[in-house]
Design a protein around this ligand. Sequence first.
Ligand code: SAM
Length: 232
Amino acid sequence: MAKKKLIRFTENSSFPHLFQPRYSELQPEFRLKGRWGVDFFRNDRPITLELGCGKGEYTVGMAREYPERNFIGIDIKGARLWRGCKTAEEENLRNVAFIRSRADHIEHLFQSGEVEEIWITFPDPQPGKERKRLTAPIFLHRYQRILKPSGIIHLKTDDNGLFNYTREIMKEAQVKILLATEDLYREYKDEPVARIQTHYEAIWREEGKKITYLKFRFNIQNEEFKDQSIKT
Ligand SMILES: C[S@@+](CC[C@H](N)C(=O)[O-])C[C@H]1O[C@@H](n2cnc3c(N)ncnc32)[C@H](O)[C@@H]1O
């Protein structure tokens, strides 16, 4: 293993805001499931997740901008997570945590209704591997189970295939699309959703690619919807 990576992995194990549960620690559920507010953040503020957060720019950026909320970035790559952990430490951000885990284990990490929003930022499009796409029905069902009834999901991607696939899935799923754009920076460039950019987002924009954005929630029965999400 490269020396730099090894140093980062060693430092990762010292971060109090990075959780790296082994598979056995997720069975039947992680010790903080249902207790993130009480035992880690020490408050009952809303929790937003970022799935496939990479270096955590979005999680950290949102945490800076919304100190009254809690943010948790999830990714499988420890060397990338190190960057987000380090920045959060340097800036003394107390409303940030990271988890090194597959998003597939999300129900072992969070209790029903524990999460208010989910951001999926530039996920791997997984061509030909539908079940691995973070917007595949199997994942949407998981999200629905951990989200509050009015919880919001956001997808930002440069990949038209994934954007169109997700829109098709929406037609089948019981969801309400709140916003959809094929060119976020043309239509919403002055909105908060365009203010914070991920590592890949900056690269794709530099290359002149259009960024698409979808915001949706699951249908709520017999309940009037009140949008409490971060304003786009
Ligand atoms: C293209 S990168 C995007 C990273 C970051 N969101 C950005 O925009 O810069 C996709 C990320 O998703 C992570 N990833 C892929 N499949 C995942 C899964 N099932 N669970 C968690 N993370 C995953 C990868 O490790 C990678 O860091």
